[in-house]
Design a protein around this ligand. Structure first.
Ligand code: DMJ
Length: 588
């Protein structure tokens, strides 16, 4: 038996060998991941150009490509869920996909094509058309695309435009912004969902709109005001946002649709998906872009309410804004942006306020979305959580970007190679199921993978862009951008700020540091709930669990299960016992 003395050097040697081999294998691993990222980046680039070139060949200057029939659709005037009541008479397309591709071309380093596209749009684009467009869609796609591209084009550091650029894109954006303004002319300041670009709001126009339609205009219209010096755009968007905020329930929840004339809610049930999603996103992004604390405060209350009333473990369901009670147990494809937003919020620790645990929560719900993606090969529009199956009618996948977007943000936040693998799986699925000779086709039914003749412009603006950035984010090095909900980058500039969060300040910019006291709120990792479980420093407030719903009565007595809340520690619903007390009773 070796003595202790003689055993020590052998042990040390073994450790040395293990650690050396670990070092070698980890650096080998690093270079393998680096090679994988390059390979994947090139695949995404190919995807983008396959989509772009087919659009340019078969659809341009119309709005979007029909990849199966190699034809086009002028979809800008048909976007949205509300019915078209007045068909446009002289509407012939606005090169929507080209506008949506501008910032992707820059990110992929194709300055020549960017310059060519800017030149064409400057000469040919006109908004003086008799077209009834959806304000929200036109704002995020066209106004956002133009404003972002203008900033990229006029940034002398980028040298994107070799010839002359005379702010033509900004001129177009301003013209479009002016055509938006009649939509805001309502007693509430909440904008109509639809506006005719030539004639303003049409007679008999529907007064119903969505929460996103009122609350997701501030980035683009705010940027337009800052660039032109005309405050009307930012003012109109901010007034609508404030009105919307005033309509929240006592639980800090919002509905999905409302009436712009009366300011009354129409659909009281909502979640974080369709009709609401980008409203939450714009609160936090407006804070980053414009630095107003108000936006952050709104976001924080709204975010905590979402986590408290919509979250169930790693999933999110819908709930009634008045009672907080669950309405629909459905996963929707649009919700998949939420983990990315949570990762982004973690990035916002710069704002000196910490949302605890959001990367962990983000990671776990991202895994759930990805597991549904893996089950079908793509993400169905709606998935029934209680039956673990796809919705009977909403079975489609229109090439949406949300899962790729979250994957990009989570990789950025964690550098966990798992997200590279997810990205690879997404790319492989898209190439396998949706790539056709004439571009990329949407999926009509995820259970049969039957295709649909539509390549949405957001495939180029977002899906390809986020996948590309996941594998190669060199464009972002040394730059601070906020991506709009349509994936168009806007720079975080000190002169757009009252106060600029520190982490967003390159060293040569002028700024005023924000000095707010640190506030903490538990933002819900899976189980991080109990106030006592988090290690707080002296003098700090205990952390309330966001899943915690108190029992209806302080003495915990009850007659029905509905009178019982949600347990703060386990996040499980409490029920009413035979003896009439709320608790986590085991059913035997
Ligand atoms: C995009 O147009 C935007 O991301 C919008 O906010 C909602 N989702 C679509 C793509 O799915």
């Amino acid at each position: 038996m070796p003595s202790r003395r003689s055993g020590t050097p052998a042990f040390v040697l073994l450790l040395l060998v293990i650690s050396l081999s670990f070092c070698t294998s980890s650096s080998e691993l690093d270079s393998r991941w680096a090679a994988k990222k390059l390979e994947m980046r090139d695949k995404v680039r190919e995807m983008f150009y396959h989509a772009y070139e087919n659009y340019m060949t078969y659809a341009f200057p119309h709005d979007e490509l029909k990849p199966l029939t190699k034809s086009y659709t002028d979809s800008l005037s048909e976007l949205g869920n509300l019915k078209l009541e007045h068909l446009p008479t002289d509407y012939s397309g606005s090169a929507l996909t080209l506008i949506e591709s501008l910032s992707s071309l820059v990110i992929m380093g194709n300055n020549t094509e960017f310059e060519r596209a800017v030149g064409w749009l400057s000469k040919n684009l006109s908004f003086d058309v008799d077209a009834r467009v959806n304000l929200f869609e036109c704002n995020i796609r066209v106004l956002g695309g133009l404003v972002s591209a203008h900033i990229l084009a006029s940034d002398s550091k980028n040298r994107l435009i070799q010839g002359s650029y005379d702010n033509e894109l900004l001129g177009l954006a301003e013209d479009l912004g002016r055509r938006f303004l009649p939509a805001f002319d309502t007693p509430t300041g909440l904008p109509y969902a639809w506006v005719n670009l030539k004639y303003g709001v049409m007679e008999g126009e529907t007064t119903e709109t969505s929460t996103s339609g009122c609350g997701s205009l501030i980035l683009e219209m705010g940027a337009l005001s800052r660039l032109t010096g005309d405050p009307r755009y930012e003012f109109a968007a901010l007034r609508a946002l404030r009105k919307l905020w005033s309509m929240r329930s006592s639980l800090n929840l919002f509905g999905t649709t409302l009436d712009v004339m009366t300011g009354e809610w129409i659909e009281h049930s909502s979640g974080i998906g369709a009709g609401v999603d980008s409203f939450y996103e714009y609160l936090v992004k407006a804070h980053i872009l414009f630095g107003k604390d108000d936006y952050w405060r709104m976001f924080q209350s709204a975010y905590l309410a979402v986590q408290k009333y919509f979250r169930h473990g790693s999933w999110y369901h819908e709930a009634d804004m008045r009672s907080g009670r669950a309405t629909y147990w459905q996963l929707t494809s649009l919700q998949a942006f939420w983990p990315g937003l949570q990762a982004k919020v973690s990035d916002c620790n710069i704002i000196n306020q910490v949302l605890v645990g959001d990367v962990r929560a983000a990671n776990s719900s991202h895994r759930e979305f990805f597991s549904v993606w893996e089950k079908y090969g793509v993400l169905p529009e709606r998935y029934l959580l209680d039956y673990q199956t796809v919705h009977p009618t909403e079975k489609y996948y229109p090439l949406r970007p949300e899962l790729a977007e979250s994957t990009f943000y989570l990789y950025h936040a964690t550098k966990d190679p798992f997200y590279i693998e997810v990205g690879e799986a997404i790319v492989n699925s898209l190439n396998f199921y949706t790539k056709v000779e004439g571009g990329f086709a949407s999926i009509r039914d995820v259970t049969t993978m039957q295709r649909e003749d539509h390549q949405h412009s957001f495939f180029l603006a977002e899906t390809c862009k986020y996948l590309y950035l996941l594998f190669d984010d060199s464009f972002l090095a040394g730059r601070n951008y906020v991506f709009t909900t349509e994936g168009h980058p806007l720079p975080v500039l000190s002169d757009w700020h009252d106060r600029l969060p520190e982490a967003y300040i390159p060293s040569n910019w002028t700024y005023v540091k924000s000095r707010m006291p640190t506030e903490r709120a538990s933002a819900m990792s899976l189980q991080v709930c109990p106030a006592t479980s988090l290690n707080l420093g002296e003098g700090q407030q205990p952390i309330e669990s966001v899943c915690h719903v108190v029992d209806a009565r302080g003495d915990h007595r009850c007659l029905r299960d509905e009178e019982c809340g949600v347990d703060a520690t386990s996040c499980r619903s409490r029920s009413c016992s035979i003896a009439g007390y709320c608790g986590l009773w085991l059913l035997v």
